[in-house]
Design a protein around this ligand. Structure first.
Ligand code: MLT
Length: 302
């Protein structure tokens, strides 16, 4: 028996290698399964032959879940496979933003071609004086595979860590350090933390959860990190909060035209999971899920 797999993005070789001679990749118009990363499937028909879709990544907001349910298509994602990559970027941005590293690096490069560079450096470095994160409070919204490792690792930086998540899975709950203070009201976290990082999936319920009311509850000058999804934040309210200084810095992986050019915005081009290791982990997990399902009918989203 052979299976046809349709891919829409470059999938790491380590994953494709799992799909041995039984599998034909992009070989015809009647795929048994789809394997993708960021390609948006909304608005295009899913062929009747498709039994499963695997996303080599965490979020499934590029897949029309309702349409899949109606057609009986099983949807997989790769929980945890990119958690380390995202965590490392979040922790590095936490420190980099606190030390004004992004602006400082930009300024240093602007000295190209100038004279008396060391004098200019000494005269201007006060503009970039930063803060240490040790002793500060980090709020983690969402304690899934990514939020939980961010929370645990922030403790090693001597931060106080507070977390909010009404739906922690039993498996993840066991991994969270007891030093992470769990709160039952989001407002409690918003009003007390110096830094906040959000790690919840995008869904109709979470779209815009960081809204005007949430910004109003925050401490003035907070650094807000969003490596989850841009749409979790209401951008009208964000812009006001950036302008009036409620948000001292917004560090996001989801660039958006309305906040480009603002001094207190740092935007990266959706790099959270972009490491060789994470791409391999996700591709391997996704390919294994499809293989398992097509060959045995087992649904194992891990
Ligand atoms: C994810 O959902 O896994 C990350 O945002 C990375 C990605 O979308 O490629």
């Amino acid at each position: 028996m052979t299976y046809q797999i349709q891919t829409y993005n470059k999938i790491a070789d380590a994953g494709l290698k799992l799909l041995d001679e039984q599998y034909e990749i992009n070989a015809g118009n009647d795929p048994d399964a789809i394997l993708l990363r960021s390609h948006k499937l909304h608005g295009q028909p899913i062929p009747e032959t498709v039994q499963a879709i695997a996303r080599a990544g965490a979020g499934t907001n590029n897949i029309p879940i309702d349409q899949c349910s109606e057609q009986g298509v099983v949807v997989f994602n790769t929980p945890g496979a990119n958690a380390n990559a995202v965590k490392e970027l979040v922790i590095s941005c936490l420190i980099a933003s606190s030390r004004n590293l992004f602006r400082a690096v930009q300024w240093t490069h602007s000295l190209k071609g100038e004279t008396e560079i060391s004098e200019k450096v000494e005269a201007n470095k006060k503009a970039f004086i930063g803060h240490e994160v040790a002793g500060k409070k980090l709020g983690v919204i969402g304690l899934g595979n990514i939020g939980s490792v961010v929370a645990n690792d922030a403790l090693a930086l001597d931060m106080e860590v507070m977390a909010y998540d009404p739906f922690v899975s039993v498996d993840v709950a066991w991994t969270i350090s007891r030093s992470v203070k769990r709160v039952h009201q989001l407002e409690e976290l918003l009003s007390q933390c110096d830094f906040i990082t959000i790690h919840v999936p995008l869904s109709p319920k979470t779209t815009g959860i960081i809204d005007e009311k949430a910004f109003k509850a925050m401490k003035k000058g907070i650094h807000f990190i969003n490596f989850a999804r841009g749409e979790l934040v209401d951008h009208g309210a964000l812009k006001t909060a950036l302008q009036d200084g409620t948000v001292g810095k917004y560090i996001t992986d989801f660039p958006s035209d309305d906040i480009f050019g603002m001094d207190n915005v740092v935007a990266t081009p959706h790099l959270g999971a972009s490491t060789t290791e994470s791409e391999e982990n996700c591709a391997i997990m996704a390919a294994r899920q499809l293989k398992n399902y097509l060959e045995t009918g087992n649904i194992k989203n891990a």
